[in-house]
Ligand binder design. Structure first.
Ligand SMILES: Cc1cc2nc3c(=O)[nH]c(=O)nc-3n(C[C@H](O)[C@H](O)[C@H](O)COP(=O)(O)OP(=O)(O)OC[C@H]3O[C@@H](n4cnc5c(N)ncnc54)[C@H](O)[C@@H]3O)c2cc1C
Length: 429
């Protein structure tokens, strides 16, 4: 991999997401060699991917070059590579560009979509976990309307304009709201010769309320906002099968829809070699102790979505969100430095700052520690927090400009098919 040999201990970090980058920042200015490895050469700001998918933002405003993060940091190296497994005995990682030895290993590879073993849904549905998937979804949404305009088959036209979103967490809710706004403000102008009123947006949630991780008030309000925007909300319903056209559920409910967006589950990314005892089967997350150390391998750590720290407060691990990922990365960097200085490590404790979701223009829900609010103010708070959290001045400025422009003009200008997406079953129905 052409990483120079050094007398400094080498910390290898797999993944330049929220957790990995927090660790990178925390290890600056130390007598440590840091090697960051990621399969992409950019960091992805996942919370805004739904805006890429619905034409509100360009993909490059939610992505940031990892080499730029490492710029001017002596002893910091980046390699574009996919890690397949860890050899804990030889203290090496295996990647598609070779092997690399580590003194300390930080696994921060995040999560991937969980289809819970349903291969049909995996094959035919759309996911939205990364930039390419969001671009695929953007293309498909627009292609559907182009196709709907051409077909004379009414059933097919309705299916092309029928969108089913599975999962009523923040991703599902935000995407449903954004699609509803496209239906209201953009599609009727773009397709004056198509009856856009026929477009249906359905959100299907397995439990009895949306945004289950938030307060009941936030759930209620989010549902009200969605209904106000014309979204059909189906609760206590599980999607059980999809063949690219027919959506089956565990109730009488079924849909004919060309697009099913799966936002109903995530599981840890796959990094092999750790042994079954280290990985929690149901969520594919790596079991760690209070210092984020992988049990039985004390110089191997896992942070962020991929890590599962079971505590009395969080028996299933911390929520798979940006806050715990960043906090764990920061804390672990301090603990590695402490270890090298023979000082005691400090156990990680999650400090939740609250959660929020936006449903559309002037519509958001915010749960902070002591105060909960919804509506216009919540929407401004949501925008402010997301703007601040974006990496890089350019991205902040571009997103801010886009939001102001979209707000004033009621527009989403990046509704472009740059890279056409061919759905697997497109020809067969
Ligand atoms: C659509 C969407 C919306 C979200 N909205 C919110 C929100 O509003 N608020 C919130 O708090 N959280 C939100 N989240 C969750 C949040 O983004 C994650 O919890 C957070 O990204 C986890 O950080 P991480 O560093 O663990 O993983 P990630 O940020 O996913 O980073 C993992 C990195 O590892 C790399 N990688 C993976 N496998 C390999 C490999 N084998 N080899 C090399 N590199 C690899 C990836 O390329 C990636 O760069 C959202 C997630 C999604 C998908």
């Amino acid at each position: 991999m052409n990483i120079p040999k050094t007398s400094f201990p080498r910390v290898v970090i797999i993944g330049g997401g929220f957790a990995g980058l927090a660790a990178v920042k925390g290890l600056k200015n130390q007598e440590i060699q840091v090697v960051l490895i990621d399969k992409n050469n950019y960091h992805t700001f996942q919370p805004l991917l739904y805006q890429v998918a619905t034409g509100g933002l360009e993909p490059d405003s939610v992505a940031y070059p990892l080499r730029k993060v490492m710029k001017n940091l002596p002893n910091f190296y980046f390699r574009l590579a996919e890690v397949s497994k860890v050899d804990t005995e030889k203290r090496k990682i295996h990647t598609n560009i070779g092997k690399l030895k580590y003194d300390y290993l930080i696994i921060a590879a995040g999560s991937t979509t969980n289809y819970f073993g349903n291969t049909n849904i995996e094959k035919y549905s759309m996911a939205m976990k990364d930039v390419p998937q969001s671009l695929n979804l953007r293309s498909l949404i627009i292609e559907n309307f182009e196709d709907a305009l051409l077909t004379k088959d009414l059933e097919q036209r309705n299916a092309l304009m029928n969108f089913v979103i599975v999962g009523g967490g923040p991703t599902g809710v935000e995407l449903a709201g954004a699609l509803a706004e496209m239906k209201k403000g953009i599609l009727p102008n773009d397709y004056p010769d198509l009856d856009i009123r026929q477009m249906q947006i359905n959100i299907v949630q397995g439990s009895n309320r949306l945004l289950k991780a938030m307060s009941e008030k936030a759930s209620e309000k989010a549902e009200d906002f969605l209904i106000e925007l014309g979204v059909n909300v189906w609760k206590n319903t599980h999607v059980t099968n999809y063949n690219g056209y027919n959506v089956e559920t565990n109730t009488e409910l079924s849909f004919e829809a060309s697009t099913l967006i799966w936002a109903a589950g995530v599981k840890g990314a796959t990094i092999g070699g750790l042994g079954q005892e280290c990985v929690i089967e149901r969520a594919a997350r790596i079991r760690v102790d209070e210092f984020n150390a992988v049990k039985t391998h004390k110089n191997v750590f896992a942070i962020g979505d991929i890590a599962c720290m079971e505590t009395s407060h969080y028996p299933k691990g911390h929520p798979m969100m940006a806050q715990p990922a960043m906090q764990q990365g920061k804390q672990l960097a301090k603990n590695i430095i402490a270890q090298l200085e023979n000082k005691p490590m400090i156990p990680y404790a999650y400090k939740s700052k609250g959660s929020m979701a936006t449903i559309g223009r002037n519509k958001a829900v915010v749960d902070l520690k002591k105060i909960r609010f919804q509506g216009v103010f919540a929407w401004f708070v949501w925008m402010f927090v997301h703007l601040l959290s974006l990496i890089g001045f350019r991205n902040k400025a571009v997103v801010f400009f886009n939001w102001v422009y979209n707000y004033i003009r009621f527009d989403r200008e990046t509704r472009l098919i740059i890279r056409p997406f061919k759905k697997k079953n497109k020809e067969s129905f």
